[in-house]
Design a protein around this ligand. Structure first.
Ligand code: UDP
Length: 394
């Protein structure tokens, strides 16, 4: 009988991380014996800008199951996803569940899996990241998810070391590289000029890109206002393109924040236009983990407005610099950039576009060695051949 894997997505960075894995699974679909996968979308992000556009641009198949959770309060979101995904698991037991990243959908589906049937192997893509700041909601999600994960796919040696430090057995950790970077390489030739490029008169390396959505920068009006003021002043006469995350838009409205004229706000952008913009920018100013990874690989200076990072390699050998939120640091970073002394980046180890291949090779090995579950559970898990997305084992 074909094995069934559930692949969980819920928010923007999940789509980008799993796209490469899905394409790799599909690529092997012409060989004999198989894997089926079900793509489960929690709809933590659900609208066109934050979800639909990524399915379309990255050629991700429509989800098999939508848990339709929507934008509700965080703990309610987690409990709703747990309840709805548990029901899915009870109806059809998969042979494995794959979660990625560090969002509510990640931890909620991990918990649903282990509470419904602890024998289902749980795999975490981008496991082991830690920033040592438990005020950060994502850090809690990472720690909780990894505490019940069975197999860990890591993007760096430091992430693997974090897991070893937490007592994870070495044979359960697979340092495979970064699927977000796979997706970047697979689409680099397709990056496209944003429609506002000519309207704003943008030229290569003569503008900045800004993204902000972390809780630490949106906690109060003063923090956000001071940050935006410092960035706008430091950028002087250069435009700053700011695709505004929906949560940030909500907080800005709540705080009544007004903008300096060199900050040009847009809706959240599609992947292809956003990364065209990043690739050709003078620098990126961000609090996003994924954007700092992409900037590193594209060798674009990256200023991160956070106190900590769970991605130390983007700073140690990449183009990323941690500035915190102090205006003084922001001004000195812009000075460094203008003086041409921003360090050049190198690609972190195994960020070579092959991470998804390594993950799928490992999946095949793990599935081959999987013990059959109880007969009772097996019966409820039997699905018809060809149901869901079919993939085939070597
Ligand atoms: N991104 C995008 N459009 C935007 C902003 C970001 O396509 O307007 C992409 C970006 O290229 C990266 C991902 O979204 O792949 C990062 O997502 P986000 O910053 O929301 O999450 P984080 O990485 O901080 O978890």
């Amino acid at each position: 009988m074909k094995k069934l894997i559930d692949i969980i997505v819920g928010v923007r960075p999940n789509f980008i991380k799993v796209a490469a894995i899905i394409h790799e699974l599909d690529l092997r679909a012409s060989k004999k014996a198989g894997i089926n996968y079900r793509l489960i979308h929690t709809s933590q992000h659900y609208d066109t800008n934050m979800s639909g556009v990524f399915f379309e641009e990255l050629n991700i198949p429509a989800p098999d199951i939508n848990l339709d959770v929507g934008n509700i309060e965080s703990s309610k979101q987690i409990t709703t996803i747990i309840a709805r995904y548990s029901k899915v698991l009870e109806e059809h037991r998969p042979d494995m569940v794959i979660v990625s990243g560090d969002v509510n959908s990640t931890v909620a589906c991990a918990l649903a899996t282990k509470k419904t049937d602890p024998t289902i192997p749980l795999l975490h893509v981008e496991a082991g990241l830690r920033c040592a700041d438990k005020q950060m909601p994502e850090e809690i999600n990472r720690i909780l998810t990894d505490s019940i994960t069975d197999y860990f796919f890591t993007t760096s040696r430091s992430a693997s070391d974090n897991l070893l430090h937490d007592g994870v057995a070495p044979h359960k950790i697979f340092f495979v590289g970064n699927t977000m970077i796979d997706t970047l390489y697979q689409n680099e030739q397709r990056f496209k000029k944003p429609i506002f490029w000519d309207v704003y008169g943008l030229r290569n390396k003569s503008y900045f890109v800004l993204t902000l959505h972390r809780q630490e920068n949106l906690a109060d009006s003063a923090t956000l206002t001071n940050l935006l003021h410092a960035i706008s002043t430091a950028a002087a006469d250069m435009p700053i393109i700011f695709p505004v995350h929906p949560h940030t838009a909500k907080m800005m409205k709540q705080f009544g924040i007004e903008f300096a004229s060199n900050i040009l706000m847009t809706e959240p952008m599609g992947y292809l236009a956003f990364n065209y913009l990043v690739k050709n920018a003078s620098a990126v100013i961000t609090d996003s983990g994924g954007v700092s990874e992409e900037a590193t690989v594209m060798n674009v200076p990256c200023m991160t407005l956070r106190m900590h990072t769970e991605r130390p390699e983007t700073c140690l050998i990449g183009t990323n610099m941690l500035l915190g939120t102090s205006p003084r640091n922001i001004f000195s970073a812009f000075e460094k950039l203008k003086s041409g002394h921003w360090p050049l980046g190198r690609n972190p180890e195994l960020w070579d576009g092959q991470a998804a291949k390594r993950i799928v090779d490992t999946l095949y090995e793990l599935l081959k060695n999987l013990k059959e579950p109880d007969q009772a559970i097996l019966q409820s898990s039997s699905i018809g051949e060809g149901s869901y997305h079919t993939n085939l084992l070597n």
